[in-house]
Design a protein around this ligand. Structure first.
Ligand SMILES: Nc1ncnc2c1ncn2[C@@H]1O[C@H](COP(=O)(O)OP(=O)(O)OP(=O)(O)O)[C@@H](O)[C@H]1O
Length: 654
């Protein structure tokens, strides 16, 4: 059935003609083709614009002054679109305005090759019926200046044409008697806002009401040579257009030579970085696309790279193909070429900002750091630009990867969990900043950074990260000493692990076993209520393999002078060793409490002070003296001392 030919096998007398229910069709087109009633305004302004172009083409030497004026009458609930364009003769009204699917505009474009004309489908006028109960078109053709005609229709299916007073100078007024539900459109302030966006690139001035300033008065920076600083002109345009966010900077989109397949694109325009903090992957991309000066797609965000959640802009291109509703674009090769062009424009714009406007660049980094971390992972050029500049959230506030590395002694430290573990506390004690690996893009960014810059990355919470932290002792402790230490320091469920770690001032650290924690949570009776049963069965099958006996590992720092003194005292049979061990056990408990509530105070100083106390205590008691009390004054109040004298005291004699 292609090209309207009947199938050859069917005899001509059996062929029937398809009936068209015009009323139904008009209703569908008018009600369902467009996503918002505002589209009707756009279509009618566009027709007015085309009519001016037509007049200029047909009468290039005339003294015609192009102008479009849109008026609203709230009391009468009407909106009228006036133009001083070509107008229509009566036969043209029947042939073009009142014939669905046929317009004069397309024919004129094909005839003249004019790129100025916008209309193509012969459908746009129908949209008037989506907002209006009745549409009246009063028109005078510039070719028949004395004859006026009035077209009237309710619903678009049937219409009448009657003589009317000729419009002086020629042109057309389309008046919409709005449906009740669209009555709010009869408001000139609302019209200024909508038309300011729709018509910003139209070359013909568009006025609202009796305004003397057209809504499209802001100079378009890529069109005309605007006087003064071009950057200031770009910023003015961006500020006028980007209603939701102030622009931080603006950069141009310039055409790329060549055909679409080779990456060529005719698009020109402006992109800007929006103010307004974006968090994580929040997407505030905002791109308006214009075709021959008319807004075609208001939210064409997919043309911008997905990582550019902070970018807004306006582009115009004559190569893009609109859909029939002219609210969206065909995803063709020109569309894809424009996507590539815009990605390059954002990257180049950011480079230019970093180079030429360092203060603005700092604001962008501070405002959009999170998004930029992700962006750097998506585009190698951006990684190069941002690797050393972009702020990474850490336990000591935002730091660049370079600063993180320098403070970490050449390694970048990143916590895998949401933070607060003992591993993390250990690094805090060493004043090493830890990047927040639970935040958007932080971990992959740092992995990439470490790989490309050839530096170490320590991932806290992973097995390798913990191994990095807790090194094996130079010599294993004798089993008997280990047993004494375990008895003196570890609580039930804690496994003592002799190790070496930094800082040397820290005698011991308790690291909860994450799997045991999970097991406890899953085996809790309450879990049935929280977790779907299938998932729970799976999870329990998994945690059944974890014995759950070891709830935490207690790493004892054999590099710590206090621990070394303790062991020396124990080996020498020093009775104070039990007291000293009790002090260490107390420290463990205090640290556990501090860690649960977040770290407070100067931990390093506190730890050093306790270490000194232990050393002093053990040194003050001469070796071999059994008569020293197990709980000397000042230590009674320490948590965890009860019952600790046994192993130490007995061990001392062994
Ligand atoms: N204000 C006007 N002045 C003069 N002619 C007009 C005006 N409005 C509409 N017309 C005529 O009516 C025809 C049909 O208009 P309509 O808006 O339905 O389609 P179009 O503009 O040709 O194409 P599209 O559907 O792409 O907008 C136009 O081609 C034009 O010839």
């Amino acid at each position: 059935m292609s090209e309207g030919l009947p199938p050859e096998s069917v005899p001509a007398e059996d062929l029937r003609t398809t009936e068209v229910d015009l009323g139904g069709l008009v209703n569908v087109l008018a009600t369902h083709l467009y996503s918002t009633p505002l589209v009707a305004l756009r279509e009618l302004v566009q027709n007015a614009h085309d009519s001016h172009t037509r007049r200029l083409l047909e009468d290039p030497d005339g003294d015609h002054r192009p102008l479009i004026r849109v008026r609203a009458d709230g009391a009468r609930r009407t909106v009228a679109i006036e133009d001083t364009g070509a107008g229509l003769t009566e036969p043209e009204i029947h042939a073009y305005l009142a014939t669905v699917g046929t317009g004069y505009t397309r024919m004129l474009r094909e005839l003249t090759g004019s790129q100025e004309l916008i209309g193509a489908f012969g459908l746009g006028f129908l949209s008037a019926f989506s907002v209006a109960d009745e549409v009246t078109v009063t028109t005078t053709s510039h070719r028949e200046p004395g004859a006026g005609h009035r077209y009237r229709s309710r619903g678009g299916e049937q219409y009448s044409v009657e003589p009317a007073a000729a419009r002086p100078g020629g042109g057309t007024v389309v008046e919409l008697a709005l449906k009740t539900e669209h009555g709010h459109l009869a408001d000139e302030d609302a019209l200024r806002e909508v038309l300011g966006r729709y018509c910003v690139l139209l070359p013909i001035p568009v006025f609202v009401g009796d305004d003397e300033q057209p809504v499209n008065a802001v100079p378009v920076p890529w069109r005309q040579a605007v006087g003064g600083d071009p950057y200031a002109a770009r910023m003015r345009f961006a500020a006028a257009f980007g209603r939701r966010f102030e622009p931080l900077t603006a950069f141009p989109v310039t055409p790329v030579e060549g055909g679409a397949k080779g990456g060529g694109s005719d698009a020109v325009g402006l992109l800007w970085v929006q103010d307004g903090a974006t968090y994580g992957s929040s997407d505030n991309r905002d791109l308006a696309v214009y075709l021959r000066g008319m807004l075609l797609a208001e939210d064409a965000r997919d043309l911008l790279p997905s990582w550019a959640g902070f970018v807004g802009g306006v582009v115009e291109s004559n190569r893009l193909t609109p859909t029939a509703s002219r609210e969206d674009l065909q995803r063709d090769e020109h569309y894809r070429a424009l996507q590539r062009q815009l990605t390059d424009a954002v990257v180049e714009g950011l480079y230019e900002t970093a180079r030429l406007r360092p203060a603005v660049w700092r604001r962008i980094l501070a405002r959009h750091g999170q998004d930029l971390l992700g962006a750097a992972l998506c585009d190698d050029r951006l990684f190069t630009l941002l690797a050393d500049d972009v702020p990474v959230p850490t336990s000591q506030g935002d730091l660049t990867a370079g600063a993180l590395r320098a403070a970490g002694g050449g390694a970048v430290h990143v916590a895998l969990g949401s933070g607060g573990g003992f591993e993390e506390m250990l690094y805090r004690a060493m004043q090493v900043p830890i990047a927040r690996g639970d935040r958007y893009a932080v971990l992959p960014f740092l992995r990439r950074y470490a790989q490309l810059r050839g530096c170490r990355i320590v991932e806290l919470g992973s097995e390798s990260g913990n191994r990095e932290l807790f090194r094996d002792p130079e010599r294993p402790l004798p089993a008997e000493e280990s047993a004494w230490l375990a008895g003196a320091l570890a609580d039930p469920g804690e496994q003592l692990v002799p190790a070496r770690f930094d800082p040397p001032g820290l005698p011991l650290v308790l690291v909860p076993d994450r799997e045991a924690e999970l097991k406890a949570r899953i085996e809790d009776d309450q879990a049935d209520a929280r977790i779907p049963s299938a998932a729970l069965r799976l999870a329990r099958a998994f945690t059944a393999r974890t014995d759950g006996e070891v709830k935490a590992r207690l790493y004892l720092n054999l590099s710590c002078p206090a621990v070394q003194d303790l062991l020396t005292a124990y080996r020498a049979g020093h009775t104070g060793s039990a007291t000293a061990a009790g002090l260490l056990r107390s420290i463990k408990v205090v640290m556990a409490a501090a860690s649960a509530g977040g770290s407070g105070g100067d931990l390093t100083t506190a730890l050093a002070g306790i270490g000194t106390a232990v050393s002093a205590l053990t040194a003050a008691v001469p070796a071999g003296l059994d008569a020293v009390p197990d709980s000397p004054d000042g230590l009674d109040g320490l948590h965890g001392l009860d019952g600790l004298d046994g192993p130490g005291g007995r061990g001392a004699g062994a």
